[in-house]
Design a protein around this ligand. Structure first.
Ligand code: SF4
Ligand code: SF4
Length: 107
């Protein structure tokens, strides 16, 4: 199976594209610092996009569905009491997105 198919498998339709661009090409999703995460689940309770999952074995939360994250949303950073959540550099992502928009608007 092609990499793209692997990435999209199981991904709900609403999360597959952003402005006509395949969502998995846009590097915007939360990153959890595993050392800081206390497993409190505040991020999981806060986000309605089913991005996070609690791993009982490790007592930590992980990013299970990165492509479900709303592009440019950073709200869960404020829900985390220990500042364990960060995001990619917004300026870099904007540059990537601009290029992708040009590429995909050509089709
Ligand atoms: S940034 Fe927004 S959409 Fe993305 S994981 Fe956090 S709360 Fe959910
Ligand atoms: S809110 Fe922060 S500390 Fe709590 S589970 Fe999420 S990432 Fe871990």
């Amino acid at each position: 199976m092609a990499l793209k198919d692997d990435l999209l498998e199981g991904l709900e339709e609403q999360y597959q594209e952003y402005m006509g661009i395949p969502r998995h090409l846009i590097p915007w999703f939360p990153i959890i610092d595993n050392d800081k995460c206390t497993g409190c689940k505040e991020c999981l309770k806060f986000c309605h996009s089913n991005v996070f999952e609690y791993v009982e074995e490790d007592r930590k939360v992980v990013v299970k569905n990165p492509w479900h994250c709303q592009v440019y949303c950073e709200s869960c950073t404020y829900a985390c009491p220990v500042n364990a959540i960060s995001f990619p550099d917004r300026t870099e992502v904007k540059t990537i997105l601009r290029e992708l928009k040009q590429k995909y608007s050509a089709f």
